[in-house]
Design a protein around this ligand. Structure first.
Ligand code: TPP
Ligand code: MG
Length: 556
């Protein structure tokens, strides 16, 4: 960077003449980011020119489609819990990235989009500039909570720091910065902004005591975890042990309590427990399934912890509501609880019995579980599993054992087919130290299969398993079971997936049984220099839906 007067400890010049692009990038570096997932184009040429000069510290990872760039940033954010950035051109570039941005919003993931713009003076004039789109800022505003247009270099660093702060303030989530083609390269005096302090809501001591009393006196307490509990694993584990309370985690809440703990449960067992509970502690979850599907009545008191105060009363008024990050609140609760807690015998034997009974009933989806067992047997305990909207994924959400937080990445309520492969590439790129495995159906994989080229170029050692049934299998089964076998728009023509992957230079193999999958994974995890694809040809799988969409158990 030019004309630096003095350097900070992170090597970023403290104050100097810089371009807007240099100021934004220096601020990202000052906030600890080390990668920009990106797809270049003329509006962002000056951004990439600046990136060239700092690319030792802020590495560009370019993809083959903007959705790949944004999904990779999302995967990196989910796997690390840290902010991640992507950069794309305006108009079609923004829209191509929009499904990932939407998913980042629904998953509360700290993803920063750097989006180009047409010439500053012409924004909003409808002149038909390259990639112009009507009211780009308005479109972005509907997708994220925080967005700003950078208009000059003097503003750039503070605007970037503000966006990064917003991504961790209250409910976390994505943010977007727009910058015009003629503004990225403009120079001016810039002071690089350090991370701004994130305001933390004061923890309500009265509410902590109330919650501790309720929980301490509860006969059948239950803890429900969502994505907001991912960074509070130690505290949830401690509370669960003190209360002998089962911990229900489904999808985004999985891995908060280790699946090997007999108190760790997923959906079907969790529903039984919900039906019996007198007090529920809900941490970082919307409780949508519980309140909408399973029901609620006066016998059940709910204690909610959520970063977003608006979440507490959306569906039901809780007995106690605590607003803020789960971890510090739960630390206070763990300290307060012993003064109020009843003496509690171990529920280990009872929980083991309940789990065994449900494992028997889940034998209905035994074919899926056999493949999951093969994956679990080979994936190390801290390895990352990236879920998809596919038969093996639906079963994984119920039955794949998860041992650590942030190692089971499952799309939030968007449940958007095709997120998996590119998101997993981002997760693996950001966490090269552990193996990552993505599962996909043949339908979902081809949404971003082009990013195999990205995996090769950037040597990302992701292992991808494609379960190929020649169909949008989930759709096809619904048509068979509910629509008299009138099959429409659910059959698929596929490439030879092994040949496809090999044509990029990836490792690729075929496995036909759970045993063969296990052997293939063993070979794949050793190969750390680039991607591996394993195709598993499969037939139709039994439906898992009776275990996911279940009847009411309360408030009938
Ligand atoms: C973005 C998006 N489009 C469409 C759907 C609807 N959908 C859900 S599952 C599915 C089929 C999935 O097919 P495949 O990936 O092959 O998995 P399979 O069910 O065959 O295992 C579709 C189209 C969706 N969830 N998300
Ligand atoms: Mg399929």
């Amino acid at each position: 960077m030019p004309k630096a007067r003095k350097r900070r400890s992170d090597g970023v010049p403290a104050a100097s003449t810089m371009t807007t692009a240099e100021a934004v990038l220096a601020t990202l570096i000052a906030h600890g980011l080390d990668t920009v997932y990106a797809l270049p184009g003329v509006q962002n040429d000056m951004l990439f020119e600046a990136l060239f000069r700092v690319s030792e510290r802020l590495r560009p990872v370019h993809t083959r489609h903007e959705q790949g760039a944004a999904y990779m940033a999302l995967g990196a954010a989910l796997a690390t819990g840290k902010p991640q950035a992507y950069a794309v051109v305006p108009g079609p570039g923004l829209l191509n990235s929009a499904a990932a941005l939407l998913t980042a919003y629904s998953m509360n993931a700290p993803v920063l989009g750097l989006i180009g713009q047409i010439p500053d003076a012409d924004i909003g004039r409808g002149l038909g500039h390259l990639h112009e789109i009507r009211d780009q800022a308005g479109i972005i505003k509907r997708l994220v909570d925080h967005t700003a247009l950078i208009r000059k270099p003097e503003q750039a660093s503070r605007a970037t720091a503000r966006a990064l702060r917003a991504m961790h303030t209250g409910r976390p989530g994505p943010a977007v910065l727009e910058c015009a083609i003629d503004v990225w390269g403009k120079s001016g005096p810039v002071a690089v902004q350090d991370p701004l302090p994130v305001p933390a809501p004061k923890i309500d001591a009265g509410a902590i005591r109330k919650a501790a009393k309720r929980l301490g006196a509860a006969k059948r307490p239950l803890i429900v975890c969502g994505g907001g509990a991912q960074d509070a694993s130690d505290e949830i584990t401690a509370l669960s042990a003190m209360l002998q309370a089962p911990v229900l985690g489904y999808r985004r809440g999985r891995g908060v309590l280790d699946s090997r703990d007999p108190l760790s449960v997923t959906l079907p067992v969790g529903r039984d427990l919900w039906g019996e509970a007198d007090v529920v502690l809900a941490v970082g979850t919307r409780l949508l399934i519980q309140l909408r599907q399973w029901g609620i009545d006066r016998e059940l008191a709910i204690i909610r912890i959520d970063a977003d105060a608006e979440e507490h009363n959306r569906l039901h008024r809780p007995a106690v509501a605590l607003t803020g990050d789960a971890k510090p609140i739960l630390q206070r609760l763990v300290a307060e609880l012993p003064a109020h807690n009843a003496k509690r015998p171990s529920r280990k034997a009872e929980m083991q019995e309940r789990q065994a009974a449900w494992r028997k009933r889940l034998e209905k989806i035994g074919p899926q579980i056999a493949f999951l067992d093969a994956i679990r047997a080979e994936l190390p305990e801290d390895g990352i599993f990236v879920d998809e909207v596919t038969q093996i994924g639906f079963a994984a959400r119920l039955a794949f054992p998860v041992y650590k937080p942030r190692t089971f990445l499952s799309p939030g309520y968007q449940d958007n087919l095709g997120w998996g492969f590119a998101t997993a590439l981002g997760a693996q790129h950001a966490r090269r130290d552990v193996p990552a495995v993505a599962i996909s159906g043949d339908g979902g994989f081809l949404f971003t299969a082009n990013e195999m080229a990205t995996a090769i170029l950037h040597r990302i050692p992701l292992v991808t398993i494609v379960f190929n049934d020649g169909a949008f299998g989930n759709v096809r089964r619904i048509q068979q079971e509910r629509f008299g076998n009138r099959l429409i728009a659910s059959d698929l023509a596929n490439p030879d997936f092994v040949a496809y992957a090999k044509s990029f230079g990836a490792e690729a193999m075929r496995a036909r049984t759970p045993d063969e999958l296990r052997q293939a994974l063993r070979r794949a995890f050793v190969h750390r220099d680039g991607p591996t694809l394993i195709e598993v040809p499969v037939g139709a799988f039994p439906s898992p839906w009776e275990f996911i969409q279940m009847e009411k158990v309360r408030g009938r």
